[in-house]
Design a protein around this ligand. Structure first.
Ligand SMILES: [Zn+2]
Length: 232
């Protein structure tokens, strides 16, 4: 089972105190998709691993709400101009539908990861980190049943991983093969089989350790020739 707990956070951008749900424990009994999307039995933990300030829209993991958070005046301004208006629009909408419907669920997981990816980009984080957040946004879309948004985020994640792989030292040598595979798998899941095959075919040249990375080679070939949705 996934266990959640309410936590209190203070936004480093606007000083608002707010409550959010955080993951205490989870499991991986739901299997793992071939894009490394690990599933839990019961509640999926992903949406609860990031938190969004309900006043300005600043979003991040729990540590991004501590003194460790890197909040420059520039970041503050970007949050106020880009994320805050979305929050305002959302709560206006919520006000309109209140009464007619049960309270709208808190912000969607994909929306939180999208905001977190923007914040990470504004903070000048590595493309690799931004790519991870975009991939998680896509995974949330799977659970939200939004195929169009899922493809949108898969594309954005693929481009961000490509940027990371292009960078001089954006990715450790022993990780290059698996990320190259992942880019292929993202394009496959978007439906662009030509790009997918090109990335799968590039995997052998990125192998750093033949013995330990055999599975990456095998999986890349499998996903190119006879794709599967799940590992195992
Ligand atoms: Zn805030």
């Amino acid at each position: 089972m996934t266990t959640l707990q309410q936590i209190e956070l203070t936004c480093p951008v606007c000083e608002t105190h707010f409550r959010s749900q955080a993951v205490v424990s989870t499991n991986s009994f739901g299997g793992k998709r071939t894009d490394f999307h690990e599933r839990a039995a019961g509640t999926q933990p992903l949406p609860y691993l990031v938190h969004m300030c309900n006043r300005c829209g600043y979003t991040g993991a729990e540590r991004d709400f501590t003194e460790e958070a890197d909040v420059s005046p520039m970041l503050r301004e970007q949050v106020w101009t880009e994320l805050a208006p979305q929050i305002a629009a959302q709560s206006a909408l919520q006000g309109e539908i209140q009464g007619a419907q049960p309270a709208k669920p808190a912000v969607l997981g994909s929306e939180k990861y999208e905001a977190a990816a923007k914040v990470a980009e504004w903070q000048g984080m590595e493309p690799r980190h931004v790519a991870d957040l975009l991939l998680r946004a896509a995974w949330c879309c799977v659970d939200e049943g939004d195929i169009e948004a899922e493809r949108f985020f898969r594309r954005k994640a693929a481009w961000a991983f490509e940027r990371a792989l292009d960078g001089f030292d954006g990715v450790a040598p022993e990780e290059r093969a698996v990320l190259t595979y992942l880019v292929g798998e993202l394009w496959r899941r978007v439906g662009d089989l030509r790009q997918a095959a090109a990335w799968f075919d590039r995997v052998p040249s990125e192998i750093a350790d033949r013995r330990r990375q055999r599975w990456v080679l095998d999986t890349a070939r499998q996903q190119r020739d006879e794709p599967r949705e799940w590992f195992g």
